[in-house]
Design a protein around this ligand. Sequence first.
Ligand SMILES: Cc1ncc(COP(=O)(O)O)c(C=O)c1O
Length: 372
Amino acid sequence: MTSRNVPFFNYPYVFTSQEEEFLSIIQDVGRRGAFIMQSDLLDFEQHLAEYTGAKYALGVSNATDGLHIALRAAGIGPGEEVIFCSHTMVATAAAIHYAGATPIPAECGPDHLLDPASVEAVITTRTKAIMPTQLNGRTCDMDALQAIANEHDLLIIEDAAQALGSKYKGKMAGTFGLASAISFYPAKNLGCFGDGGAVLTDDEEMYDAMKLLRDHGRDEETGDVVMWGLNTRLDNLQAAILDYKLAHYADEIGHRRKIAALYQEKLGDLKELVLPPAPDSHPDHYDIFQNCEIEAEHRDELRAYLKEHGVGTLIQWGGKAVHQFEKLGFNVRLPYTERMFTRCLMLPMNRSLSDEDVAYVCATIRRFYGSE
Ligand SMILES: Cc1ncc(COP(=O)(O)O)c(C=O)c1O
């Protein structure tokens, strides 16, 4: 087998893949001097709302800020608890912390998403909301989470940072709860050229409050400052780039779903691995494969072997669930999640991969397990 170099993610490709188009967008925005809160942002927000089916979309600086202002707009704060899945980026918990509330970690399940049974186990009289992370481009079992929320009178605010376009029972991630946030970090399925994010909601009051919060609490008509706010706007230039990319987003998702199907075809029989479900293997789920997160026997040895043979992999969040970051002061054990973190590994999953790259990654894995 000829050796190849398959990086985990190809950052230059984000720009070089359509360099001409991007340069012309940058030139157009620059020549109009349209940098902050201009028509490109409004267009993108409208198109994003149409795409997701949410009533309102607002561009923000990043998903972390998006979750933060969503919590604040929902009135969640000191003395209240918000339950989140510990298999998430620390950003989810940080948003809860900075809203003044207490983040309460819960377990992930075999699908690596928030486990509804674990949520029920940590509900207290202070619990105000559940913040499920729609991880790896797959949406949680929202029926189960909604039933718990209804029973205990809790809000749902979704961390849909990794899930734009993913669906559960035909409904898009980010449109289940009171509000949600999406990330446009460059490695995301819809990535911009720096930080970027959006919040979604169907609720007019939430929309109005989040709009004020993202722009210094200023009323956009009068300029009057009507509350304490932040500066967390999405740059107009990023919005212009994202609007162009959103129009071609189906190609991005299609490419990733094809790669996921190839991984399944070439590795599905290996007993040493647990792969994410193949595209369309479950009628309730439409996955967009932000990541291909597997579980592997002898994970660290496999990772080293892949590296030696030119294949980049990643263990999410530096190899720890949020509650395992000691300095953050969580004092809980989540055995299922902790075991999962000794086994999980992300294989390359991005637009720059060719079928040959994927075949090489799979052949290298098979060779590692002696199953060529
Ligand atoms: C699950 C999850 N939540 C939140 C975030 C934070 O997004 P951002 O970097 O846009 O603030 C990320 C980003 O990687 C994420 O993956």
